[in-house]
Design a protein around this ligand. Sequence first.
Ligand code: ADP
Ligand code: MG
Length: 342
Amino acid sequence: MNLPLLEIRDLHLWMRSFEGEAHVLNGIDLQVQRGEVWGVVGETGCGKSLTGLSVSRLVPTPPGRYGSGQILLDGQDLLALDESAVRSLRGRRIGMIFQDPTTNLNPSFRVSEQLIDVALVAAQHSPEILGLQKGASQRAKRAAARALAGQMLVKVRIPNALDRLDDYPHQFSGGMRQRVLIAMALIGRPDLLVADEPTTALDVSVQAQILILLKEMVQEFNMGVLLITHNLGVVAQTCSHVAVMYAGAIVERGLVAEVLARPRHPYTRALLGAMPTRETPRGGLVGIPGTVPDLIAPPPGCRFAPRCGRASATCLERSPRLVALDTGHEVACVHPLPREGV
Ligand SMILES: Nc1ncnc2c1ncn2[C@@H]1O[C@H](COP(=O)(O)OP(=O)(O)O)[C@@H](O)[C@H]1O
Ligand SMILES: [Mg+2]
């Protein structure tokens, strides 16, 4: 197989807070190839955002502290880079979209200015995105960046995009602002996109449109994607692969069609069982019994064991590693669920 676009190897992260130091990422392993859309899913607090922030090198250290792991982008360890090297990757090699567009767009600047800025910074290392000859003037670069900003707004299907270019963020609806943010994340032609709950703040029909748009953009730009979400419905709609996280570790991963149809980890099945259905009363959520463990003093062995109906004495002692199953997906469980229908 080709060198993966992104390879996270045995990533450990501790976060210091008032109460003590929590072991929030406990040996994450993940490989993402170009064209793959990985859903990273799990309950609140299981380490999804910190995984995405780690890949974007946005976890402040301190309070964060990494262990011996690596985050390789085309083989280059992001954790070993200094801040200026990291800055040159953001926007250009790694695009980012976060949940709340109001915190990502600066309300005081026109959308055109914000898009042009990102394009010009990306063009310092990737001049080809502006389509100019070497040594082009600042003026020519700015004009090219503005033209590119317009093209991106058209691509993300802002109605009358070219007339809206000089609008301020507050002149757009929530869904349209999220489209602007996608344009901003992609204007530097990144190879990897990290999207953390990109549609959670949007209502369901707008969410579906944004997810369709994201899927189209991934194909057109041939990116690898980490799509962080607590919503398995979003994973089913959008992703090719899924990594299920629990208490700082990936407990199951593989093709979406495989993992969601035949979950083998008791936690994945519980998550699927907790998904709201048509029958669930509006606003009602079926929770998974029990609570996530304390990460300052995590229980030894499998972190899910205290909530797991299948746990045995072994589970309380030994922390299971991901193991490949006959179906091609992987599960970290001493007592995986039987393959249904066999
Ligand atoms: N800045 C921080 N300082 C201390 N603990 C943090 C910080 N950010 C996140 N955590 C802790 O790390 C764990 C994982 O958080 P996060 O990655 O945000 O989870 P998720 O995105 O899955 O909801 C949580 O227990 C959270 O309380
Ligand atoms: Mg989060």
